[in-house]
Design a protein around this ligand. Structure first.
Ligand SMILES: [Zn+2]
Length: 113
């Protein structure tokens, strides 16, 4: 199946079509992100996926804030999928070229440095 979506506006994150700093989470509720993620991975993105590309510090801040308001979500299998916009905000047709989704595991507990 080949699905193409219109590119996001220039300067916006090409993953979630929302304007945010690359170091910050994707908008987990963004329609383009949700649709692409569903087609790619067969499930909806969660907040754990949306923050998975962030530094541990940024991810933890968002996790704490979202948990506080009861909105934190994570995948049932416990394996968030990080997605990075490598286009530098340049509009591209999805499937995005130069964008390799990376699977990472959320570290739990103490830092291991
Ligand atoms: Zn984004």
């Amino acid at each position: 199946m080949s699905v193409h979506m219109l590119p996001a506006a220039p300067g916006n994150c090409q993953v979630c079509a929302t304007k945010h700093d690359p170091s910050q989470p994707h908008n987990a509720h963004s329609f383009p992100y949700g649709m692409w993620f569903q087609l790619e991975y067969g499930r909806d993105p969660t907040w754990a996926d949306a923050v998975a590309h962030c530094t541990e510090e940024v991810a933890m801040q968002w996790k704490e804030q979202l948990k506080r308001i009861g909105r934190w979500t994570e995948p049932k299998d416990g394996k968030p999928i990080a997605t990075v916009d490598k286009s530098g905000g340049v509009p591209v047709m999805r499937k995005l070229k130069n964008m390799e989704p990376v699977t990472v595991s959320m570290r739990k507990g103490k830092k291991d440095e």
